[in-house]
Design a protein around this ligand. Structure first.
Ligand code: ADP
Ligand code: ASP
Ligand code: MG
Length: 407
């Protein structure tokens, strides 16, 4: 008889101290039986990754990417080793593997490496020996033997990619909330847990700021149609299924609300309004390695126009420098920055077939005296850039306007 293969991922909040590691180990052991093989992917304990980044910052102004990866990958190695020890304490054979030992081969892009291939041989061998395998998430190794990491939140990606590689029957993502909610339940108490959400909606919510899943992990789950069960490591409650399509006869227009406070706005003033200028500007920004998102160009009445765009806060210095250089070349005006912005977004596949959603969003924000600075849309989302200090209020206002507390 074919055995069931289960992949479980435990996030940093689920293994934050010795007691939690023991609790997670007990949980893993309760699932293990002679018909079930379990591969666990684990994140670094609590804020370990942030603490390591801070520590490096105290030592070097711009540490090398290679050494940063070596440093950060250690967080997951600690938690995987401890978890394997704990599982063994409860009488189940277990082995901890680094990303490399588990067969994760990546490209060379330190800090956001892409998984190219997973050689599941060593995991399968451990299964044959009746062991639970504990894999250090968030990391892999290049063909040349360099340790890489997969970007923040990357253990989610490790879990999904592993589920694909070893043909798992189930991929469970354990975290500190009981599932995916209409909005962050820690910020809005009225948030409702969703029974199901589509890959597209989850990808959109994650990309627009819902920290609960790493966007790239959802891309992979969607590509290979791997349903994910997001649930709490603190309770037995059923969580949320992330699936290809939901069972509802009619799509719900708005499934959730998100906010993102990690963007900044750059404005290049008085740019000559002639063909080719935008291309020159955004080529220069791209060359600086900065991702640009919402772009607004005003209509010009004077042959000059202002161009504004958002960039990740972490890249604002690079973005400003590139903008100032290109502004000088183009004989444009001043370059301004605004770090006090936030993005609030509504997401739902049903937007494709419902009308009046944008108007309702703008109306709700207006009634709360929240000024909209920029607007961006996709097929299944609408985002507004607003003042940073209004972000939390805007999320609550939109959650209420779309009656998400009644879901
Ligand atoms: P982990 O340590 O398990 O990886 P994360 O901190 O990365 O956990 O993600 C879980 C957190 O995501 C929750 O504690 C919650 O505050 C936040 N979150 C943001 N938006 C949502 C949402 N729509 N549904 C559930 N959680 C959300
Ligand atoms: N520890 C890594 C991070 O904090 C990866 C993860 O938690 O998924 O980003
Ligand atoms: Mg996470």
């Amino acid at each position: 008889m074919k055995k069931r293969i289960v992949v479980q991922k435990y996030g940093g909040s689920s293994v934050k101290d010795a007691d939690r590691i023991k609790a997670v180990a007990q949980r893993i052991c309760s699932y293990k039986n002679s018909n079930t093989d379990i591969a666990v992917v684990v994140s670094a304990m609590a804020d370990t990754t942030d603490d390591l980044i801070d520590l490096a910052g105290k030592i070097a102004q711009s540490p090398t990417d290679r050494e940063m990866d070596l440093l950060l990958a250690s967080g997951e190695q600690i938690s995987s080793a401890l978890l394997a020890m704990a599982v063994r304490e409860y009488g189940v054979e277990s082995v901890a593997l680094t990303g490399f030992q588990a067969g994760f081969v990546t490209d060379q892009v330190h800090g956001k490496a892409r998984v190219q291939q997973i050689d599941g041989k060593r995991i399968k061998q451990a299964f044959k020996e009746g062991k639970v395998v504990i894999v250090a998430g968030f990391q892999g190794m290049t063909k040349e033997g360099e340790i890489t990491t997969l970007g923040r939140g990357g253990s989610d990606l490790s879990a999904v990619a592993l589920a694909k590689a070893i043909n798992a029957d189930v991929c469970e993502i354990y975290t500190d909330v009981t599932g995916i909610y209409t909005t962050d339940p820690r910020k809005v108490p009225e948030a409702q847990k969703l029974k199901e959400i589509t890959f597209d909606e989850m990808l959109e919510m994650a990309s627009l700021g819902a920290q609960v899943m790493q966007p790239r992990s959802i891309e992979v789950a969607k590509r290979f149609n791997i349903p994910l069960h997001v649930r709490s490591s603190y309770s037995k409650e059923e969580g949320t299924m992330i699936v290809k399509s939901t069972q509802k006869i009619e799509d719900i227009a708005v499934r959730g609300v998100t906010s993102n406070k990690n963007e900044a706005k750059i404005t290049i003033c008085a740019v000559p309004d002639k063909p080719g200028v935008s291309a020159q500007i955004f080529n220069a920004i791209a060359k600086a390695g900065v991702n640009v998102d919402v772009i607004v160009q005003n209509v010009s009445h004077t042959k000059k126009t202002d161009i504004s765009f958002t960039v990740p806060k972490a890249d604002v210095v690079k973005g400003l420098k590139a903008s100032q250089d290109i502004a000088r070349k183009l004989d444009a005006g001043d370059v301004l920055e605004d770090r006090n912005i936030a993005r609030v977004s509504i997401v739902g596949s049903g937007m494709r077939s419902h009308h009046g959603i944008a108007a309702k969003m703008f109306d709700a924000l207006a009634k709360a005296s929240i000024n909209i600075k920029m607007i961006a849309t996709s097929e299944i989302s609408i985002s507004c850039i607003i003042d940073l200090d209004k972000a939390d209020q805007a999320v609550s206002v939109l959650h209420k306007a779309f009656e998400l507390e009644k879901r």
